[in-house]
Every structure is written in C-alpha cells, then in structure tokens.
Design a protein around this ligand. Sequence first.
Ligand SMILES: *Cc1c(COP(=O)(O)O)cnc(C)c1O
Length: 426
Amino acid sequence: MSDRLPGFSTLAVHAGAQPDPTTGARATPIYQTTSFVFNDADHAASLFGLQAFGNIYTRIGNPTNAVLEERVAALEGGTAALAVASGHAAQVVVLQQLLQPGDEFIAARKLYGGSINQFTHAFKSFGWNVVWADPDDITSFERAVTPRTKAIFIESIANPAGSITDIEAISTVARKAGVPLIVDNTLASPYLIRPIDHGADIVVHSLTKFLGGHGNSIGGIIVDAGTFDWSTGGKYPMLSEPRPEYHGIRLQETFGNFAFAIACRVLGLRDLGPALSPFNAFMILTGIETLPLRMQKHCDNAKAVAEFLAGHPAVAAVNYAGLASDKYNQLARKYAPKGAGAVFTFSLKGGYDAGVSLVSKLQLFSHLANVGDTRSLVIHPASTTHSQLDDAAKIKSGAGPDVVRLSIGIEDKEDLIADLEQALGA
Ligand SMILES: *Cc1c(COP(=O)(O)O)cnc(C)c1O
C-alpha cells in the first residue's frame, strides 16, 4: 500500500466500507434487523453503559447506517457523523444538544423554506428562540449575539437563490461569541464546499438531495468537526456535565473530539427517535459513490442553462453565482471553484402570472418541491415552499412573486435549454 491519502472520488466509493467478513458481499449489505444479539451479559452491560462500541438496536445505530456515517464524515473532513431520518431531524437533534428552553440561536435569513418554518414555529414551542441575521451583512450576526446565544446556523449555498455564504467571516463571529457554527451543506455537498475547512464546527445535510441524489430516499446526517470545546463556562451541559442517563459520565471528557456526534446519538437519536431506515442508508450510499461525477455534471449544466436564461428577452434577472456578473461570483470563486451548484432562481418580466405559466408549460422539468435529483426540477417558491411568508419576507429570503427556482439535473443540457425555450416562447 502506498502512504498516499485517498482522494475525494476514492473516498466516495470506499470510505467506511469493506467486503462483508461473513459472506464476502462487496456492496454494503442492508442489515434489515431491529436488534443485535449480545455476546454475553457483560458485553450487554458495557454497551448500555457506553464502555464499548457496538450494536444494540437500530434506533440507536445499525451497521449499514454506520458505513454511511463513516463515509460522509470522511468526505466532509469531520471526526464522526450520525445519520438520521431526514434533514429536518438532523436539525432538531443538533439543536437539542445545544439549547435549553429560553436559549437563542442565530440563523441566516436565506434558508430552505422548511427550515424557516421549523425554526419559527416548532422550535419556538420547545422554547428555542431563533434570531434572524442577514448573510450579506456579517455585522448583523455580531449584533444578534446575546448571553443566551448558543449557536449560529447558516447554509453554505443558500436556498432558494443559490447565493454563496461567507462561511469564514461568520465563523469568526461564532468563535468570538464562543458558540459553534452549524452549516447546512445540502446544496453544495462536500464535493463543492467542505465547510469544516472554513471554520464550521458542525455540518448538517439533507441526504435527500444531492448526496442520495436520485430523488428516492429521505435522510439526514450530522457531522462533528471535532473542533469545539464544549467544556467552557457550563454553557453546554449536555456535553460537559455528568449525564444521569449514563451513570454520570461526562461526554466531552469521555469522547473528546467526537463527543458531539456521541451526544447526538446517545441523547438525541436514542430519546427523540428519528432513526434512518437501513434500506434508505443503502440507497444513499449507492448515490454517494457517483457524487463527484453527478455534481460536476449538475454544475456544468446549471451554468449553461443560467447563461441561456440570462440572454433570453422574457427573463428579467438570473441569480446564479456561477455567472461572472453575479453579485456572489467572487464568493463562488473562493468557496466553490468547481462549480456554484445546480439550484438557482431567475425572475420573469411577466411577474407572478408568467412564473405560474412557465411552470405549467415545461415538459422535461418536473414541477415539484425538491432539489438535487438526477432529473431537472422547477418550482414557483412564492406560491409553494415560501407561501407561508408575507410579501416582504418572501422578497428578503429571495422568493419574490416573480421568482422561479430551478434544480438542474444531469440530462443533456441542450434538451433542458430546448424545453425552457419552448416554455418561455410559447
Ligand atoms: C430539503 C432540505 C432540508 C430538509 O431536509 P429533509 O430531508 O427534507 O428533512 C434542509 N435544508 C436544506 C438546504 C434542504 O434543501
């Protein structure tokens, strides 16, 4: 064996996986079982007391899911990961380790519409208070910090317009405030951006999107960067204080630079329960094997479609960070040099009605509420994903009434452009 460190594409195929020791199966088997037999009573006791690693029950961990966890941790450059049932479940499990009722977290205003809902309504009912900041104005994050702030949450490439966030600048604010930076890396995937390299302490994903990549399985994952010191000032008691659930052990003291991932598993997933099915883990692992190939094609197609739209007379504006004229192009060159992703918006001169009409005339593009599929997708956010926001909030989050969002797939770009041409022209 050479001592060369494996590259990204090699990790995408191999990280975490070995031929099955019992059967020789080369693809990772689906361990479709709820529970695992203990070797003996001592083994069982040590698993329950967190003195040994091993499988107990699929709500807490499963060998198929473990391969997925190891693979995504390797691709993101983290110390450990925890797979869960959805991207939203990942967000709940992460924040439950960090916030007590009455605490606050700061979130970028440009977010997936479902996350805006989750933070505003569901989390409020837990007593977790979101404070919004503007990712285009770093000082708005500084101004939002209070003694009750426990975390900062941003998207690397932000919904819905595909804008690029200045992760390093916001990580500096987080560091100064003594709180972890959580980055939702769903739209970039680690192929385009690795937030941990830019100062993120925790990365979350909706595996449903580009990582799974085929529009067939819901899943989420949490990656621990291993960078944050949870012991300071008693601010994070779930990690620093003795846990009554586990004979008084302190997670940070016991597990060091992967304590956060452990907390998410043994306190979050165990007690809240959003376990990922091993079948979905298998589907998502299969998707990840081709992530580098798909992501490059997604980005190359997106750039070609954005250039076509920018030259079309019915189009008022195109927001794609990969275009040299875009206001996020400088940040795209720094953070995502291989491509600016495949989700972006554009606005039509004909406003709301033109947006609705375009969506109804497209044939190759599917009209649905998802992104990151092999297939090209289209949606009109103002009447769907962002419809719960008032007009001012829609515009602030990049989902004004004249805006159409595309998620560009891996078809032939000429066919995508031809479909848009007929729908815009007709
Ligand atoms: C889809 C999505 C989520 C939520 O993920 P689910 O798997 O649908 O729960 C969170 N963040 C972003 C950026 C997303 O695109």
